[in-house]
Write a protein of this length. Structure first.
Length: 248
């Protein structure tokens, strides 16, 4: 009977010790959990801050993308305008080259015309022709020289000389080859509308006493014309300076 109180006292002491241990253990666990909670809360706050910054950067990037898309649209419009201008410039350049080609052909035709007229003038003087005929030659040569100067300077030459050249019947239907096209497909003649050239006119081209081709006029200008070589009539190599005579 005397041991029972001792046993109960021992059990009570042991329970107190265990309870104290549990209390301290629970306290330590609570502190650890509080630290973990504080750390998790801090990390959550940092994540929220990072998320807000990311959203802000995303908004800024979207704004930049919209600005770049707008700039790209303007660049496309500007590029289209530049491309259109480049095409127009190419067309203008092609037209300018064509005009220059016409001026060059006109200048050649006028120079040959002046040379032939001077030769005719010398022959006319030698044959004791009338003063009126000589004066007509001189007037025509002077006017052709004006046209040649205008053609070389790129200004428009007068459009007609029919009245001043009509008196030279000894030159009617005579022409000279100014240039020859690729494969002798066509020739340019110093025979224009002011001297009576017409579409469809045919001329024989000679070298010495031999006929080398027959050509047919397909394009007539005031002081020169373009004539297509009739393939079946080609009997040689056409050259610049070959004489041509209108077929009646």
């Amino acid at each position: 009977m005397n041991r029972l109180p001792l046993i109960l006292c021992a059990i009570a002491i042991l329970g107190s010790v265990v309870s104290a241990g549990l209390f301290f253990q629970i306290g330590n666990s609570k502190q650890i959990l509080e630290l973990r909670l504080a750390d998790a809360t801090a990390r959550a706050g940092k994540l929220e801050t990072d998320l807000a910054q990311a959203n802000e950067q995303n908004g800024a990037l979207k704004g930049q993308v919209r600005a770049l898309e707008s700039d790209l649209g303007q660049i496309k419009v500007q590029f289209a305008a530049v491309e259109t201008k480049a095409k127009q410039t190419e067309q203008d350049l092609a037209q300018t080259k064509n005009v220059l080609g016409v001026y060059e052909l006109t200048a050649r035709a006028l120079a040959d015309e002046i040379s032939a007229l001077r030769q005719d003038l010398a022959e006319t003087r030698a044959s004791n022709a009338s003063p009126d005929a000589v004066a007509a030659y001189k007037d025509t040569i002077a006017e052709l020289e004006k046209q040649l100067a205008a053609a070389k300077s790129g200004t428009a030459a007068p459009g007609t000389l029919a009245s001043s050249t009509a008196v030279f019947t000894n030159r009617a239907g005579r022409a000279t080859v100014l240039s020859v096209g690729p494969d002798s497909a066509f020739v340019v003649l110093n025979f224009g509308s002011v001297r009576g050239a017409r579409l469809g006119h045919k001329l024989t081209v000679s070298q010495g006493t031999s006929e080398v081709a027959v050509v047919q006029i397909s394009d007539v200008r005031p002081n020169f014309s373009i004539a297509q070589v009739l393939p079946d009539t080609l009997r040689g190599i056409l050259q610049k300076g070959d004489p041509a005579l209108l077929l009646r």
